[in-house]
Design a protein around this ligand. Structure first.
Ligand SMILES: [Zn+2]
Ligand SMILES: [Zn+2]
Length: 118
């Protein structure tokens, strides 16, 4: 595990509907739950890993019930070893494993989005 994707703390801010992760290098990331659900890396959601099943046109299709923005919640959060988190979503989906490497690369803050945070 890389240094920058080593978390020292993480948790849910239910009132703001976001997940926070504090990294060992002092950086803090906040992920809106809507966005987090959308990027679920599991095989069901991430059709890019199964190119044969991609619909024509290559559009990525999300499976599961459609839940509008502002509605999805995390009902359970569990660590997977020391390298990842697993969420059980309020739409019943729970097969996504979000590695901390993945989460760090997802950090939506301006510093990371500009490429200066790596
Ligand atoms: Zn998924
Ligand atoms: Zn960041």
């Amino acid at each position: 595990m890389g240094f920058v994707s080593d978390p020292v703390d993480y948790g849910l801010e239910e009132d703001r509907r976001q997940l926070y992760v504090r990294w060992r290098d002092g950086h803090e990331s906040r992920y809106p739950l809507d966005d987090l659900r959308k990027v679920c890396p599991c095989a069901d959601c991430h059709t890019a890993e199964r190119p044969a099943e991609r619909p024509q046109g290559g559009l990525q299709v999300l499976t599961g019930p459609v839940i509008g923005r502002g509605e999805i919640r995390i009902v359970q959060m569990a660590p997977v070893g020391r390298y990842a988190l697993n969420f059980t979503w309020s739409d019943g989906h729970s097969t996504g494993i979000y590695s901390f490497d993945f989460l760090r690369s997802l950090c939506p803050c301006e510093i990371c989005r500009s490429g200066a945070g790596q």
